[in-house]
Design a protein around this ligand. Structure first.
Ligand code: HSE
Length: 312
């Protein structure tokens, strides 16, 4: 956009599920995410001009790119579909990684349009539009990545279809580690291997853990959080997609993580930690273990990102 008149926004990467809340729990991290520059175009309608940092692997078609879909859905809602708008997308995070890459794009797309038009909607009101974008990525309708990427913090989704989300308190000092092994796991495959049913015993144990995790956040009770971050339903089914998963989990707990599990649909992994020193130890030791097994990885250490999407 040489003649660029517009603005820039950022939407952060996220960790979905958080062990105990499949499709209904997620948090945002600081650092990785998507940046979008938005400005006036030359011809009527929305256009994605360029996508940087994605090795040509993401579509520029606004009906296929999650940023395009969410931006277009919002423009349509506002009766501004014919406005000449151009976007440049900067992917500043790995994609197909389990870190909410498609969600960060979906959030940044609608958020950029909203900012560009002078904020006709509140952040929360953008949720249905960003969800449409996310749906374009994997065909499923869940706000556990878009919710925290948009709103920031740790977000609980009471009901995805009703867009009923709750921002949960974040205990002081908590750090997240996200480890991204350089292997590929497709979200669609990672969802398709899951059983359609859960047993009554699993339902009881998982509900107890989810409820206690939420209580732990409200009380800043780290020991309760530690006891609660146990996924008895999804993790046992998906662990086989991630080489050395249980070794890494052992390493995380030996280094005193509060919890460790798969980030979203994988292959990334996450740990919640009481402080930055523990987070560093978990990250470095998991990274070293993967390296010793011939797998390269990147890691991110961050406090929970309480802001979510922002104008830069
Ligand atoms: N909750 C989703 C899943 C997140 O685990 O499949 C990934 O989109």
């Amino acid at each position: 956009m040489s003649d660029f008149v517009g603005l820039k926004v950022f939407a952060p990467a996220t960790v979905a599920n958080v062990a105990v809340g499949y499709d209904i729990l997620g948090f945002a991290i600081s650092g990785p995410g998507d940046e979008i520059k938005i400005g006036y175009g030359k011809t009527p309608g929305l256009k994605i001009r360029a996508i940087h940092g994605a090795q040509n692997r993401l579509p520029k078609d606004i009906n296929k790119n999650t940023a395009g879909v969410s931006a277009q859905a919002l423009l349509k809602h506002l009766g501004k579909e014919d406005m000449a708008i151009e976007m440049d997308i900067y992917k500043k995070m790995p994609f197909a990684s389990g870190m909410g890459s498609s969600a960060a794009s979906a959030v940044a797309g609608a958020f950029a349009v909203n900012e560009f038009l002078g904020c006709p909607l509140s952040k929360r009101e953008l949720l249905p539009f960003v969800l449409k974008g996310e749906e374009a990525a994997d065909g499923a309708y869940h706000a556990d990545n878009v919710g925290p990427s948009l709103m920031g913090g740790i977000v609980l989704i009471r009901n995805n279809r009703e867009h009923d989300i709750v921002k949960l308190p974040v205990p002081n000092g908590i750090y997240a580690v996200v480890i991204h092994p350089n292997i590929s796991v497709l979200t669609a495959e990672s969802r398709s291997i899951l059983s359609d049913t859960v047993s009554m015993d699993q339902m009881i144990e998982q509900s107890g853990n989810l409820a206690a995790f939420v209580a732990g956040l409200y009380r800043s009770d780290l020991e309760l959080i530690r006891r609660s971050l146990k996924d008895v339903i999804i993790e046992p089914q998906r662990a086989k997609l991630i080489p050395h998963f249980y070794d890494l989990k052992d390493i995380a707990y030996k280094n005193e993580a509060l919890g460790f599990s798969i980030s979203g649909a994988g292959p990334s992994l996450f740990a919640l930690c009481q402080n930055s020193l523990i987070a560093e130890n978990v990250a470095k030791n998991c990274h070293a273990h993967l390296k010793s097994k011939g797998i390269e990885s990147q890691f991110y250490i961050s406090e929970i990102n309480k802001e979510g999407a922002v104008k830069l």
